[in-house]
Design a protein around this ligand. Structure first.
Ligand code: ASP
Length: 347
C-alpha cells in the first residue's frame, strides 16, 4: 500500500533496447507494455515509491531521435513537474548523451532529478543490465536530503552503477555494460553496496523558479578536421544554406592547420554571423587551451569561441539551444563560452 507521502516518480519510456522483450509467439524482440512495469521489474515493489509510466506512442530506436522528440520529453516533464518528485527517462544508448545534454540546457533552474537510463541488453533477456539500471535510476530520482530537498537536481545519466552529469557524458563502448564515460567531470555517484553521492560535484538545488525553453535550432554542423581535408569540403560545410553554428573538432589542445585558405574560410563564415566553437577531438580527457600553440591562438583571434573541455554532444546541443533562444549573435557567443549547466570548465 503506497502512503501519500511516498516519493512519486514518473518513468518516461522513449524506446531503445531496454524496452524489448521476446514475443512468445514470434520469438522476436518487441517493445513491452510499460503499464506492466512491475511485472518486468518486480523489485520496484519493494520500495516505498510510487511509480507511474508514460510511453511514447511509437517507441523509437534512439538513432532516430530528433529535437522534436527531446521537446516531447521536456514538455512531459514540464506538465508533470509539480506532481512528481523525479523523472526517469528510458532511452536507447546510442544518442542518450545528446538527449541528456539537450534537456540539461532546455531546463533552467531545474530543482528535481531527471535521470536517463537504458541498457545494452533488452529487459526480456535474462542477463539484462536493464533491470539494475532502472532500479538504480528510480532510487536516485527518489533520493532526498535530510531537509527534504532532492539529492539530485540536474539531468543525469545512470548506467552500470554510476551516475554521471548528462552534459559531460558520451557513449564510449558498444560492447561492455559500462557504455558511458565522463572524462572531464567526476562521477556524481558510485552505486555499490551503498549509493555514495559525490556531494561536492552535484549541482546545488536552485532557489529560482524552473523555466523551460524547448525551442532548438538544428542548423548546426560538426566539422571534424583531419590531415588532407580539402578546401571544397570545408567550404561546402561553411557555406551551407541557413547554417548558424559549427562545432569545429580540432586536434589536441585546440589546434588546426594554419593554411591561409582554411583561416580565410573560417573568417568569412564568422563575418556572415556563423558562430564557431573550438572543441578537441581528444575523447579521453582535457580540452582546448587557446594560445598554447600558434594555431589555436589564430583561431581565437578570428573570433572562434574556445570550448575548453566541453564534449561535442554538449557543444552541438548548446548551440541548438542558444540559437533557438537568442536572436543576437553577440549573445549566443557570450553564452556559448560560459558554463550554463556545468557543461564546461572555463579557465
Ligand atoms: N540502437 C539502440 C538505441 O539507441 C541501442 C540501445 O538502446 O542501446 O535505441
Amino acid at each position: 500500500m503506497i502512503e501519500a507521502s511516498n516519493p512519486k516518480i514518473l518513468i518516461i519510456y522513449t524506446g531503445g533496447t531496454i524496452g524489448m522483450i521476446q514475443d512468445p509467439l514470434t520469438q522476436t524482440l518487441v517493445p513491452f507494455n510499460f503499464e506492466s512495469i512491475y511485472d518486468q521489474v518486480p523489485r520496484l515493489l519493494f520500495y516505498d515509491i510510487e511509480v507511474n509510466t508514460f510511453a511514447f506512442e511509437n517507441p523509437i530506436d534512439s538513432s532516430d531521435m530528433q529535437p522534436e522528440d527531446w521537446q516531447q520529453i521536456a514538455e512531459k516533464i514540464h506538465e508533470n513537474y509539480n506532481e512528481y518528485d523525479g523523472f526517469v527517462i528510458l532511452h536507447g544508448t546510442d544518442t542518450m548523451a545528446y538527449t541528456a545534454s539537450a534537456l540539461s540546457f532546455m531546463f533552467e533552474n531545474l530543482s528535481k532529478p531527471v535521470i536517463l537510463t537504458g541498457s545494452q541488453l533488452p529487459l526480456g533477456i535474462p542477463r539484462t543490465d536493464g533491470r539494475n539500471n532502472i532500479i538504480n535510476a528510480v532510487e536516485i530520482a527518489a533520493a532526498k536530503r535530510q531537509d527534504g530537498s532532492p539529492v539530485i537536481s540536474e539531468v543525469c545519466i545512470c548506467f552500470e552503477n554510476k551516475l554521471y552529469r548528462g552534459n559531460r557524458t558520451y557513449k564510449n563502448n558498444a560492447e561492455n555494460f559500462n557504455a558511458f564515460v565522463s572524462p572531464n567531470y567526476p562521477i556524481l555517484a558510485n552505486i555499490g553496496v551503498n549509493i555514495k553521492y559525490n556531494y561536492d560535484c552535484i549541482a546545488k538545488v536552485p532557489q529560482e523558479k524552473m523555466t523551460l525553453c524547448a525551442k532548438m535550432d538544428s542548423n548546426m554542423a560538426i566539422l571534424k578536421l583531419y590531415p588532407g581535408i580539402t578546401r571544397n569540403i570545408v567550404q561546402s560545410i561553411l557555406e551551407t544554406k541557413e547554417l548558424h553554428g559549427v562545432v569545429l573538432e580540432t586536434y589536441g589542445a585546440g589546434n588546426s592547420n594554419k593554411s591561409a585558405w582554411f583561416l580565410e574560410l573560417l573568417s568569412e563564415a564568422i563575418a556572415r554571423g556563423i558562430v564557431i566553437i573550438n572543441v578537441t577531438q581528444c575523447k579521453g580527457g582535457g580540452g582546448v587551451k587557446e594560445g598554447k600553440y600558434e594555431s589555436s591562438f589564430l583561431l581565437g583571434k578570428l573570433g572562434i569561441i574556445s570550448g575548453y573541455d566541453i564534449i561535442t554532444e554538449s557543444a552541438v546541443t548548446k548551440l541548438m539551444y542558444l540559437w533557438g533562444r537568442e536572436k543576437d549573435v553577440g549573445r549566443v557567443k557570450a553564452l556559448l563560452g560560459k558554463s550554463l549547466r556545468g557543461e564546461i570548465t572555463v579557465e
